[in-house]
Design a protein. Sequence first.
Length: 73
Amino acid sequence: MTAGLTVSRRVSKKATVRNLLKRRAREIFRKNLDKIKAGYDLFFIFSKPAAALSFQELEKEILGELSRFKLLK
């Protein structure tokens, strides 16, 4: 499984905010790697509201999307 992450400048002009969002998303993928089906390439484009989410809220959103597309074991 490969995951690509994109956080546009439209999300935040501050690189620290964009990098925090990417670090959180990478940790969520690392922590839940055993739950995600193998053989898929994933690409996430984050929108402005994602920057305001806590780690737990972001994890819930990401896992919800993976579940919606039936990519969880």
